[in-house]
Write a protein that binds this ligand. Sequence first.
Ligand code: PMP
Length: 396
Amino acid sequence: MLLDKFAPMAQIRAELAAAGIRPFGAVTERLISATEAVVEGRTVILAGTNNYLGLSFDPRCIADAQEAAARWGTGTTGSRMANGTFAEHLALEAELADLYGLPHAMVFTTGFSATQGLCATLAGPGDVILLDADSHASIYSGAQLSGAEVLRFKHNDPADLEKRLRRLGERAADTLIVVEGIYSMLGDTAPLAEIAAVKREYGGFLMVDEAHSLGVLGEQGRGAADAAGVADAVDFFVGTFSKSLGAIGGFCASPHAALEAVRFSTRAYIFTASASPSVVASTRAALAIMRAEPQLQRRLWANAERLYAGLRDLGLQVGPQPGPVVAVLLDDRDTALAAWQRLLDAGIYVNLVVPPASPTGASLLRCSLSAAHSDAQIGRIIAAFADPVAGAAGAL
Ligand code: PMP
């Protein structure tokens, strides 16, 4: 039966609901600031939002969004290829091209459609996509759609990438290599200097999804490839506006003139309405702030390092390195579920990630940091994890 395959998911949801736990889709009833909200009736510190620079409540971004809505209306009501290209979209594309010092940039309505659409379009039957095994679902789904041969290399393992490119022989030169700057689940950074060296030796095209590294790494927040000093080895920078820039949307920037033709060949770009002008305007404001205010990036990292050290010193198993995402790994799903609920009851909202969404098979209590978190808030997050009643430590 068509719908039978959903029975196991319905069963899990029913079990969680019976236990009074609602980790997937907890309702935010009111936002107080970039770091505080009322979730399911409790005032909580938001420690799971990807709002890395804390710009979602920046008054400059809000003012520009309001002004754009008044001037352009609430939506474009059409795709970029039809009636949906407004001057705002072109201005944002020019600003993104300028950020990377590259001639070409295109803007998508979501980050998902940027990575999925480009992976699906750039490679086709006869080509190869070689992706990091821990790639985001949008990359996997685009690779699947492309009709190309899809190969994986071991997560963050340039030697394995090299082995696979070597095996491809002449086909290596036409391979699309896809990696992320910072990985969203464990917060680890890709070894981009080594990956770029392998790409330079064997050829191929390198796409770096900077979704979690834009605004977080690199000069002016350009991301992980810039921070590693290998931006010139990247063929396609992709990313999203939904994290550091506090809005929604996606982009690609590239040195290749062909991007202009790719634009008109990408279904996820052609057959969807373009981003609302208010969203584009707040993104433009956030981009300018990201470039001009390096102290936000410094503040984010100070928070990340403090939380990482604090949780590690509690004896919790954390991800491989500090970063804007700090994940606590738990072997057992039920323990993680209970700990997630107790953290919420203690006023801390984190993301719960359970297999198969987590990369290692562990269940994760995934914290993401913001430049907007105060020292006191970071202290409260650590204290909640330490509390033998409220926190995860007690559950281990
Ligand atoms: N790429 C990566 C690596 C991501 O983590 C995400 C979102 N979690 C996306 C792409 C999609 O971005 P968006 O949610 O803005 O559509």
